[in-house]
Design a protein around this ligand. Sequence first.
Ligand code: NAP
Length: 331
Amino acid sequence: MDYAVAKRMLGTSGLAVSALGLGCMGLSYHRSSTLDRNEAIALIRRAVDLGVTFFDTAQVYGPFTNEQLVGEALAPVRDDVVVATKFGEVDLDGRPAPSSRPELIQQTTDASLARLGVDTIDLLYQHRVDPDVPIEEVAGTVRDLIAQGKVRHFGLSEAGAHTIRRAHAVQAVTAVQSEYSLWWRTPEHEVLPACAELGIGFVPYSPLGRGFLTGAIDEHTTFDSADNRNELPRFTVEARQANQALVDRLRIIGERADATPAQLALAWILGQAPWIVPIPGTTKAGRLEENLRATTLELTSSDRAEIGRAASEVTIVGDRYPAELERKTNR
Ligand SMILES: NC(=O)c1ccc[n+]([C@@H]2O[C@H](COP(=O)([O-])OP(=O)(O)OC[C@H]3O[C@@H](n4cnc5c(N)ncnc54)[C@H](OP(=O)(O)O)[C@@H]3O)[C@@H](O)[C@H]2O)c1
């Protein structure tokens, strides 16, 4: 790579990060090509060398092993990077516990600090809104953690616009992290306008459609038993066959624009607003470089429009999540 990755601000918070972050989940969790510890650390450090300063993990990834490896990998450059993690899906022992009780937030944040090996978590997200705990209480708990110096910035993941507003009134929300990509554009209806209005940054997760939009997956691809794409309706063989039409359109545009489908998918998101910072995941250094090149890809307005048209015209088959997981979003 012969350039520095540009920086972006997450809303009006003052938090500056590289224009693309690295989603670290798939290095050790929910994907088929997970790495051993040393390889994963090397991949994260390669990202740092290439100019990535924004790293995403969560308590539930593992649980816990992903936070540990992110902490170990970034220890030598701690002050130069922004580390984000998420609470609210597991208890202190890593058992499933979809809860944001204040006491649990406090205890699990202390445990995250220890696992990450840091004094302060740069960005702490609530992983999913807990319908049993008013968001004001959650925001107040994070406000206290900020006052104690344990956390710098507050984030929400997959929260609805109304919840974002209520939380922001108690403690400024720096970033909302939700799925957003060419095949999942629901945040455009309410969440992105709310972020724009309130000066909140937006962090699209699964910006490559969990790998599908890159063209590397087709109906013959098989996933490991631990890969959660096995449970996603959008990844059944029939859905993958049908959805290939979108990748085919990206390939055609990419030939003209001299870009891969992955680069087009990322460049299109980056062009949506300057306060949007996608966090694609990869276990491969070559793909990391490929994805980072999207930050300097200048799409013509007609290419942008054609990418958007392809996304609107191709009818995507299969829900992104099974119903019980979808119910936990947009609350
Ligand atoms: N807040 C939430 O609820 C939530 C939910 C899901 C994810 N996340 C975060 O978002 C991050 C990214 O999400 P994600 O991993 O689900 O989806 P993604 O970034 O859309 O796609 C990642 C997949 O694409 C493949 N890939 C990446 N670059 C590629 C390229 N240039 N060519 C071909 N294949 C490529 C990777 O495989 P290889 O490793 O083989 O390259 C990986 O399996 C996660 O790491 C996590 O931090 C958050």
